[in-house]
Design a protein around this ligand. Structure first.
Ligand code: HEC
Length: 208
């Protein structure tokens, strides 16, 4: 039963988010849940690929646990349910929940798009940066104020190719990285203090 309801939801959201469709408030709420899961819950649940779904009653049983790690989900049953479904998706498919956020062809993300890919209070970011072929690249970040961040660059197979701390100077941070095998990549940021990221761009240094 669970599998069907879930697949149904996935198909419907896939249709709603088909190219050309303007994202509705509901779609954006779901993207926010994916970002919360992939930053906060991911600290323990990332790449948890048991292949086995949790039962529906596990949701009720784990409410206290979810709230301990994300207090802002208090009183928001829909959010608790979405986080639970995202965990089930990861367990079953062994992959990140698809986000359907378009990747700009120029690989430049502005503050409007970035705001939708961050959690409200902590300003953790989880950004699908699209497909990369082998080569060397550089991420350039512009922040609203100087701070220290932890950055992760992760492949769709959950391999971390960057896992480091960076201190901004003049509100900028540059992060070089090397891609060895082609595939979709994700960029995750944990700022030491909540900070708005106003621009993210990725430039190609050397194609292989
Ligand atoms: C500090 C580590 C940690 C964090 C952070 C964390 N969890 Fe967990 N979670 C666990 C452990 C350990 C268990 C029990 C073992 C298991 O089922 O994986 C668990 C169990 C669960 C279960 C029950 C699964 C089942 O099949 O019964 C759910 C649902 C869950 N977590 C959701 C979340 C969500 C949603 C978040 C983010 C808001 C989160 N967890 C954050 C460690 C964590």
């Amino acid at each position: 039963m669970k599998v069907h309801t879930f697949t149904g939801f996935f198909l419907i959201s896939g249709l709603l988010l088909s190219p050309g469709h303007t994202a509705s408030a509901a779609d954006e709420a779901f993207i926010e849940s994916v970002v919360i899961f992939n930053t906060i819950c991911a600290k323990c649940h990332e790449a948890q690929c048991s292949g086995r779904l949790s039962f529906d009653d596990a949701l009720a049983a784990s409410t206290g646990h979810i709230l301990r790690h994300y207090g802002e989900a208090s009183g928001k049953k829909w959010l608790q349910k979405e986080l639970f479904e995202i965990l089930n998706y990861m367990k079953e498919r062994c992959s990140y929940y698809p986000m359907n956020t378009p990747v700009p062809l120029t690989r430049v993300w502005g503050s409007d798009v970035l705001a939708k890919l961050s959690t409200l209070l902590e300003k953790n970011y989880f950004i699908p940066i699209g497909n990369f072929t082998p080569g060397s690249y550089r991420i350039e970040l512009e922040l609203e104020k100087d701070t220290r961040i932890t950055a992760h660059l992760i492949t769709e197979e959950f391999d971390m190719i960057v896992e480091d701390c960076y201190e901004s100077s003049n509100r900028r941070i540059n992060i070089p990285f090397v891609v060895e095998s082609s595939g979709i990549h994700y960029f995750r940021i944990y700022p030491r203090k909540p900070v708005r990221i106003t621009r993210l761009s990725i430039t190609t240094l050397n194609d292989q």
